[in-house]
Design a protein around this ligand. Structure first.
Ligand code: ZN
Ligand code: ZN
Length: 235
């Protein structure tokens, strides 16, 4: 039996481009038979975020940022869906997903806002985080350059529902060429776009289990839905 996790999800409470509130996100993924989801709203260095981190103390901003995840987690406990935490940083069109570092870690490290992309990746990894390059070959108006950092990430998101088959295929090729681990996620923002996920033979008891499984190459990116039926509304 396979356990299905969507590793890349935005909510309307945490991402300006998200259209679905956290509780509803949980109910929708539960209904479709997922084992769990990762709430990965845009972090402060993406203008899409809803949190005005410069106007309030850092720790309060982090609290606010984590609220949609916490709301989703509570709903998940009610309906029986695992909900884990992650965050997505953006660097001029290059998006980085981090797993395994939590709210307390974020509160302790406001300096990450000043770090350029590669320095951030290396720091987060040295702190135990799993650093994943999201949709590295996506082509869109907000992306100036396709930039790769094969020595600075743990894994590559090789299935992303906001990318074309061609772009996902290039990401898979890149991961294979550099022997990098792989993940898959919907980049869920709206509607029924439950399209890509990460499958595991065993369920994860914690986000740490997920990180270990990715590092050990024990997960499989999968397509969960016919993408021709749906359109992803934003990045
Ligand atoms: Zn995203
Ligand atoms: Zn977005």
């Amino acid at each position: 039996m396979a356990f299905i996790y969507d590793t890349h999800i935005h909510t309307s409470a945490g991402s300006r481009c998200g259209h679905v509130p956290p509780e509803e996100v949980v109910r929708r993924f539960k209904k479709r038979g997922y084992t769990g989801i990762f709430i990965t709203d845009h972090f402060f260095n993406n203008p899409s975020t809803t949190v005005p981190f410069k106007e309030i103390p850092w720790e309060d901003a982090v609290e606010q940022y984590c609220l949609p995840y916490e709301t989703a987690k509570k709903e998940g406990e009610k309906v029986g869906l695992q909900v884990f935490f992650g965050f997505e940083n953006s660097y001029q069109g290059n998006d980085i997903l981090t797993y395994g570092l939590d709210k307390e870690w974020l509160k302790a490290h406001p300096e990450i806002m000043q770090m350029p992309i590669r320095q951030y990746c290396e720091f987060a990894r040295s702190e135990g985080g799993l650093v994943v390059h999201a949709h590295p070959f996506r082509e869109a108006g907000y992306i100036d350059l396709i930039r790769l950092m094969p020595r600075s990430v743990d894994a590559v998101e090789v299935l992303n529902a906001g990318c074309s088959d061609f772009q996902n295929a290039r990401a898979a090729e890149y991961a294979a060429n550099y022997d990098l681990a792989v993940t898959g996620g919907s980049d869920y923002h709206a509607g029924k776009s439950f399209l890509c996920a990460t499958s595991s033979e065993v369920p994860f008891a914690s986000v740490g289990d997920f990180c270990d499984a990715v590092r050990r190459r024990e997960v499989t990116p999968i397509v969960t839905y016919d993408r021709r039926d749906e359109k992803i509304l934003c990045d």
